[in-house]
Design a protein around this ligand. Structure first.
Ligand code: GDP
Length: 365
């Protein structure tokens, strides 16, 4: 717990220190306070469970923790959050936005221990015509590796503990969940690895779930394909298995390869590029609306209590991942299955392989 807290503190710009207004200051609070003092980071003290104004006086004692004015909040009732967030915002450092090269593909490699993450990273970097250099990650102990191939730049996020050469090898450390989440956050594309030799286990799904939830482009990599006894059905069978176990990743392409023998490894980069391009793709509004109108013609909108959903128009509001808003008469009439149907039609029309897409219904104002 302590280690995770220390990492979180180190990576944060501002810290919200939450205490329990009903309990008063505990020994654990004092421990946390010590850690926070040492960090020298700006801290906003939030006193939670202050569910009504009478309880506000409970907050004064927390001045003694030494972080200035305590902010009374109620997480469950949503009270006081605005003031607290204003304070957080005021404490943000002035960010000079780093110049991000839009053409560079940032990807990370995730998976449970021993699936072959290090082997894959090294295999990709060992290829001919690859120019490799280390670059400092944006966070203190993350080291990224950049490489250039066929006139394109790539950055593999957080390769600390993965590279076989150089001093960073010393920092072989456990790829903790927090670390994986941070790597995912900075990626355009996430390669989620599966070990073909041992097959899929629960942990694989959990890890892949993080990439999906973050809305990143995803490529599923089935590694150690060399170690499997194969016949002409094996790949199809394994693929069916992956599809049934990773239903939430139905948009992710599956690449079979061996990081050790390097067989089929050349098929990976094209998939990464494709996923990245689709993740940032914008579609034209008029074409989008043609697609929606065609969809409406095939499958009439749902009704509820005799009222029919009316779709007025749709527009793409964001990329990474592509996000669409459909303006309707009443968003409550948008049934989950209909939303899914529209998503699929958009996918079919524009080819969003490798990336999730999001669709929201909004009332036309
Ligand atoms: P990590 O913990 O995910 O970084 O996994 P490693 O890259 O350290 O690999 C774990 C083990 O799997 C090592 O013994 C590798 O030699 C082995 N391994 C990795 N990739 C392959 C592969 O494609 N085929 C086979 N047969 N073994 C592999």
């Amino acid at each position: 717990m302590r280690e995770q807290a220390e990492v979180a503190i180190r990576e944060a710009d501002v810290i919200i220190f939450m205490v329990n207004g009903r309990e008063g200051i505990t020994a654990a609070d004092e421990e946390v306070a010590k850690l926070l003092f040492k960090s020298n980071k700006p801290v906003v003290l939030a006193v939670n469970k202050v569910d009504n104004p009478e309880m506000r006086e409970n907050t004064y004692e927390f001045y003694s923790l030494g972080f200035g004015e305590p902010y009374p909040i109620s997480g469950s009732h949503g009270l006081g959050l605005g003031d607290m967030l204003d304070q957080v915002f005021d404490l943000f450092p002035e960010h000079v936005d780093s110049i991000v090269d839009e053409d560079t593909v940032h990807f990370s490699v995730i998976g449970r221990p021993n699936v072959g993450k290090s082997s894959l990273v090294n295999a990709m970097l060992d290829q001919e015509r690859v120019i490799v250099s280390d670059i400092a990650g944006t966070t203190r102990d993350a080291i990224d590796t950049s490489f250039r191939r066929d006139d394109r730049d790539y950055v593999i996020i957080d390769t600390a503990g993965m590279r076989k050469r150089g001093k960073i090898y010393e920092t072989t450390e456990k790829y903790s969940i927090l670390r994986a989440l941070k790597a995912i956050e900075r990626s355009d594309v996430v390669l989620t690895l599966i070990d073909a030799e041992t097959g899929i286990i629960e942990q694989d799904k959990k890890i892949a779930g993080y990439a999906h939830e973050a809305g990143k482009a995803v490529v599923i990599v089935v590694n150690k394909w060399d170690a499997v006894d194969k016949d002409d059905q094996s790949m199809k069978e394994f693929e069916d298995n992956v599809r049934s176990q990773f239903q939430f990743l139905d948009y992710a392409p599956i690449v079979f390869l061996s990081a050790i023998t390097k067989k089929r490894i050349h098929t990976l980069l094209p998939r990464i590029i494709q996923a990245s391009e689709n993740h940032t793709k914008r579609v034209e509004t008029n074409v989008l609306n043609d697609v929606i109108m065609d969809a409406l013609a095939i499958n009439p909108t749902p009704t509820r209590h005799g009222k029919r959903l009316k779709i007025l128009y749709a527009t793409q509001v964001a990329i990474q991942p592509p996000t669409f808003v459909v303006f309707v008469n009443d968003p409550d009439l948008m049934h989950f299955s209909y939303e899914r149907f529209l998503e699929n039609k958009i996918r079919e029309a524009f080819g969003f392989e490798g990336t999730p897409i999001k669709l929201y219904a909004r009332k036309r104002s």
